[in-house]
Design a protein around this ligand. Structure first.
Ligand SMILES: *[C@@H]1O[C@H](CO)[C@@H](O)[C@H](O)[C@H]1NC(C)=O
Ligand SMILES: [Zn+2]
Length: 282
């Protein structure tokens, strides 16, 4: 259950920090900057005590998978995975790839999956950084497609509406998601890590990086130190593009970067110069 717990802990630190900034710096809010009206009433924010249900709904499906499925981390021998799942490694024909999920072998003496077999050696620092960057790029591309489908397919659009039904974006919107969309998001992140065989340690570093980016793009704030201001100009989607997406419900489907959106705009709509359009407000 480590990754589930780690994710919740990291989220519970990062998102309220942004929410605090949001609440105390109305002049930094993109919507206010655009409309030039700092006296606009604050959107409804939820108190931490009201958010236990949100936490519960997030944790439960992941926890259920944690205690029923064998963890298949890259670099772990298959027989170790089998042992962790209460199987006899000599007789079970288990596959070591994450693409072939295996349930725990439930028994009275081992009613739940409680162990995860880990690789013996650590990754090199170069491997860690490369895997981290690559998995973020893969996620960015696959989520672009998923998000595009969420908008274009009527059935999925109903699901995505939970994430879009607000007048003004704020950090708490990050996790305002239908269970199906949230699971899709988590599974795509898991896929992006697994498909390149990321080390468990990379996964552990991925979680704060990923959540930091997710909260940042939903912050609705024009912060001087946001990742889009740190990266070379024109690389990142940032909160500007994502706020635009939430406000208009169209364009800018890519969460973290620009490339796929720009390519899509160029090919399908023949659009050009989108980046400058959004950036005008700066
Ligand atoms: C996430 O990835 C791990 C490691 O490969 C895998 O064992 C696990 O089943 C995946 N979790 C889900 C919910 O797919
Ligand atoms: Zn959307």
């Amino acid at each position: 259950m480590f990754e589930t717990g780690w994710t919740v802990l990291v989220y519970a630190i990062i998102e309220p920090s942004y929410t605090y900034l949001y609440g105390h710096n109305p002049q930094l809010r993109l919507a206010v900057q655009k409309q030039g009206d700092p006296s606009k009433p604050l959107p409804k924010m939820q108190r931490p005590s009201k958010r236990l249900r949100e936490g519960f709904v997030y944790i439960m499906p992941l926890l259920i998978m944690d205690v029923t499925m064998i963890k298949k981390f890259h670099g772990v021998p298959v027989h170790e995975m089998a042992l962790s799942g209460n199987y006899d490694p000599d007789t079970v024909g288990m596959r070591g790839t994450f693409l072939a999920p295996t349930l725990h072998r439930f028994s009275w003496s081992s009613p739940l999956q409680t162990q995860r077999a880990l690789p013996l050696s650590a990754p090199s620092s170069r491997q860690l950084v490369t895997q981290l960057a690559t998995s973020i790029l893969i996620y960015d591309a696959v989520f672009f497609l998923f998000h595009f489908a969420l908008h274009k397919l009527p059935l999925l659009n109903r699901i995505h509406h939970v994430h879009h039904g607000h007048a003004e974006i704020n950090p708490q919107i990050t996790n305002q998601l239908d269970v199906v969309e949230r699971l899709g998001l988590v599974l795509l992140a898991n896929f992006s890590l697994n498909i390149i065989g990321s080390h468990v340690l990379t996964r552990t570093v991925f979680i704060p990086t990923f959540i930091g980016l997710l909260v940042d793009i939903h912050s609705g704030l024009d912060l001087a130190w946001s990742y889009d201001k740190i990266l070379p100009k024109g690389w990142a989607a940032g909160s500007q593009r994502h706020s635009y997406h939430h406000q208009h419900g169209s364009k800018y489907y890519e969460p973290f970067f620009n490339w796929w959106d720009d390519l899509y705009g160029l090919i399908i709509d023949g659009r050009k110069g989108e980046t400058s359009e959004v950036r005008q407000g700066r």
